[in-house]
Design a protein around this ligand. Structure first.
Ligand SMILES: *Cc1c(COP(=O)(O)O)cnc(C)c1O
Length: 330
């Protein structure tokens, strides 16, 4: 089988991007829906993040980066994940965090406070947030360290692509083991890098003889045009690096969430759905991404049924309920 393009994109740490299992969702109310347990990649880091870091961390180490500035909101899964892995790898870090509206330490804000000491946190006032990257850049320039790196919101970048692409390879492994083909794959999207890694990975690994597949993307925090534009940019830069054409073999469909659709927003029905999913499937999903994603994927499956098996990617983590305990309690 064809290999992922790590020779052009950079090395992947396969102890981070490990194989994950799939299993059928028997009580989901839909037939032939399977789930990929990306949550099991880590107990403290959202699954999709760990795949991205599996090429980002080797890149930072190879470049001998001595100081990282990372940018994100107080509830960012990305900052919480990075804080853990950068510490594990002794890469010094400073987080530029958007000043929280809610002063109470809960959820990811609490985890960040536990993981980082005072010198590692800079709060950026909300009215200066659009300049956060600039502030981080000038902080790095003023530090007396030579090799520095800035990680913008969500870690969207070519350094994370090889890691994100490992999902496609691992799904093909699952298919082989279970002796089935997923003609439809549901994945959620923040910056979109994980979904784009899946699509480009499938395209890269496919030939004209491969089964026809559809990737259905739930746009939690991105627009349709933004997603397609970024996907084209990534495809072109991968084509340039590898000096080969990546034929578009995967069909793409973009969905918007219907439950509390605005990114970061929550409401009663969302929490009710979170409880319903737990009781029916036995999985506690994070409300911010996975509950919204699961809700729309199930709706889509009932309005567009598929005869072949479908796969739901659970990119999140049960830890995502940490900030909502008082709202989840009935
Ligand atoms: C961060 C995150 C995403 C978004 O990943 P992108 O690669 O930025 O699209 C999706 N789902 C969950 C649960 C996440 O934590």
């Amino acid at each position: 089988m064809k290999q992922l393009p790590t020779e052009y994109l950079g090395e992947v740490d396969t102890t981070l991007a490990k194989p994950t299992r799939i299993h059928q969702l028997r009580n989901s109310g839909t037939t032939n829906l399977w789930i990929k347990r990306e949550d099991e990649l880590s107990s403290g880091i959202s699954g999709s993040k760990l795949r991205k870091y599996s090429s980002l961390i080797p890149f930072l180490k190879k470049s001998e980066i001595e100081l990282v500035a990372m940018v994100g909101g107080p509830n960012s899964n990305n900052l919480v994940g990075l804080a853990q892995l950068l510490k594990e790898n002794s890469i010094p870090q400073v987080a530029f965090i958007r000043e929280p509206g809610d002063k109470q330490l809960r959820g990811n804000a609490l985890l960040l406070d536990m993981l980082l000491n005072k010198e590692e946190i800079r709060f950026v006032p909300r009215n200066q947030w659009k300049d956060a990257d600039k502030q981080a850049r000038s902080f790095l320039d003023q530090s007396n360290v030579q090799r520095t790196y800035i990680l913008s919101e969500g870690c969207f970048g070519i350094e994370s692509l090889a890691g994100a692409m490992t999902l496609s390879e691992d799904i093909l492994r699952n298919e082989k083991e279970e002796n089935l083909i997923f003609e439809r794959i549901y994945i959620d999207c923040g910056t979109g890098l994980s979904a784009m890694g899946l699509i480009l990975g499938l395209d890269w690994l496919s030939t004209a003889a491969s089964p026809k597949r559809e990737v259905v993307v739930t746009l939690i925090a991105e627009t349709e045009s933004g997603f397609l534009k970024k996907l084209n940019l990534l495809r072109s830069s991968l084509e340039q690096k590898s000096e080969s054409e990546i034929v578009e073999r995967t069909n793409i469909r973009l969905l918007k969430p219907k439950l509390s659709p605005k990114f970061g927003s929550v409401n009663k029905s969302l929490f009710q759905e979170c409880r319903d999913i737990a009781r029916s499937t036995g999985i506690v999903m994070d409300p911010t991404y996975s509950v919204k994603h699961y809700h729309i994927a199930k709706q889509d499956l009932s309005s567009n049924p598929s005869k072949a098996p479908s796969l739901f990617i659970f990119n999140g983590s049960s830890l995502g309920i940490l900030g909502f305990q008082d709202k989840l309690a009935p």
